[in-house]
Design a protein around this ligand. Structure first.
Ligand SMILES: [Zn+2]
Length: 445
């Protein structure tokens, strides 16, 4: 366990004694407790209360959504997914939770839930679905995780705070680990690092609940089988596009078989219920028009994972020919250049990305990182400040602001930022740098 001081930032300086106290507290871990599982009624060993679940969600879901390049700017698509999601949430066991649903710009195939009810599906998975009943099944499965409090269980294991400092091992052994490593190099939090990693038991329970909710909302249970069929066939062709999905939601033939069996027994009366294929196709027509560009981005990310940056850049360039303002393609072009130390070009693409989606934070981080490397500390500081106002609470930003001030020789403000950073993160190379400077400057005695 890494740290519990995320909600408890203190003002003022940090003595060495404070520092050691913080470290020992974090080693001691969390206060344990029991709660009743809202689904089974059983007593559950639970480390977090419902309020804390909502707080964790508020703190981390925005970081994850930004790592996935923000929600799509297609308001109609988000409204459609929200309508379907809310219909399902009304049939769930925890109707009082503050649910929200959206499509995020990321192109890999995935969907996820945070413990307060923030649920997202990527453009990549939306393109794989065939009808509204499959979408309802996907959202129902995620609602299942929230309702059975799986994410809370997962997140109370200190995995989240580990991920923030780049110690997360969610993706170890998968190809996405390579992409995560790149994000780490740029001081970013990688897509997926904050996601709960569910067990096979969790998956069984979420499937059962998802099917119950979608049938309850009036969909044909065949839709759930369709989703499982799609996932099962994708799981057999491992690639960077799907490995995060299956690293977090393990797929198996058994899940598919169970869906077929349950649809034909328990939910037999709903088997031929409506799937709403046409409605799904209508609402996703603008998204499906981007399919060519999205496939180029997916191929580019595969090359990035192999560190073939020239090949990757070629794919992103092709994507930009098809969709010149695609925020993901612009950010990925920036990242591909930054990791090759082509900082001026990386900055240029980051600035184009900012223009394409001014309210999304990630491009400001990329631009800030490029400017730090170009020793434009003043410019970089402005970028990180803009980033922080769009997306507060990312400790890496605090570190980078301090680093810029150090670059500008503003020792006292830099020391303040480094102190703020160490109150949240005590491990990793940034923490070492911050701590060393505070000792050098006499702030820690
Ligand atoms: Zn799952």
């Amino acid at each position: 366990m890494q740290n519990l001081n995320l909600y408890n930032t203190r003002k003022g300086g940090l003595t060495r004694r404070d520092f050691l106290w913080l470290s020992s507290m974090t080693a001691a871990g969390y206060v344990f407790g029991c709660a009743t599982d809202p689904v089974t009624g059983r007593q559950q060993f639970m480390l977090v209360s419902e309020d804390t679940e909502i707080q964790i969600d508020k703190q981390y879901a925005p970081i994850q959504i930004s790592a996935d390049f923000g929600e799509v700017q297609d308001g109609q698509l988000n409204r459609y997914v929200s309508e379907v999601g809310n219909k399902m949430a009304a049939k769930s066991h925890r109707t009082h939770m503050p649910y929200s649903f959206r499509v995020v710009n990321a192109t890999y195939v995935n969907a996820y839930a945070f413990p307060g009810g923030t649920i997202a599906a990527t453009r990549g998975i939306m393109l794989e679905l065939d009808n509204e009943a499959e979408l309802a099944s996907l959202l129902g499965h995620e609602l299942g995780h929230v309702n059975a409090r799986h994410s809370a269980e997962q997140m109370s294991k200190g995995q989240l705070t580990q991920a923030v400092v780049g110690l997360g091992s969610v993706l170890a052994g998968t190809q996405s680990a390579a992409l995560g490593e790149l994000a780490g190099q740029l001081g970013q939090i990688s897509a997926g690092a904050l996601l709960a990693k569910y067990s096979r038991d969790n998956e069984r329970e979420a499937d059962a609940l998802g099917m119950q909710y979608m049938v309850g909302a009036g969909y044909g249970s065949e839709g759930f089988v369709g989703l499982m069929e799609m996932l099962n066939s994708m799981s057999k062709h491992k690639s960077t596009t799907v490995d995060l999905l299956f690293a977090t939601h393990p797929m198996s033939q058994e899940r598919y078989d169970t869906a077929v069996q349950t649809a034909n027994t328990k939910y037999k009366s709903a088997l031929k219920g409506p799937l709403y294929r046409e409605r799904y196709m209508d609402h996703t027509s603008r998204l499906r028009a981007q399919k060519g560009a999205i496939q180029e981005i997916q191929n580019g990310e595969k090359e990035m994972a192999k560190k073939s940056y020239d090949a990757a850049s070629n794919h992103f360039r092709q994507a930009l020919k098809k969709a010149p303002e695609d925020y993901v393609a612009l950010c990925m072009m920036s990242i591909s250049n930054l990791v090759q130390k082509q900082y001026a070009v990386g900055r240029q693409y980051a600035e184009m990305a900012q223009k394409a989606y001014p309210k999304e934070a990630q491009a400001y981080h990329l631009s800030g990182f490029a400017k730090v490397q170009l020793k434009d500390f003043e410019g970089a500081y402005e970028e990180f400040s803009a980033f922080e106002s769009l997306l507060p609470g990312n400790p890496n930003t605090i570190f980078f602001k301090g680093y810029c001030q150090e670059g500008m020789n503003q020792i006292e403000p830099a020391a303040n930022e480094y102190t703020r950073y160490l109150q949240v993160v005590q491990e990793g190379k940034y923490a070492q740098h911050a701590y060393r400077r505070l000792v050098d400057w006499g702030y820690i005695k």
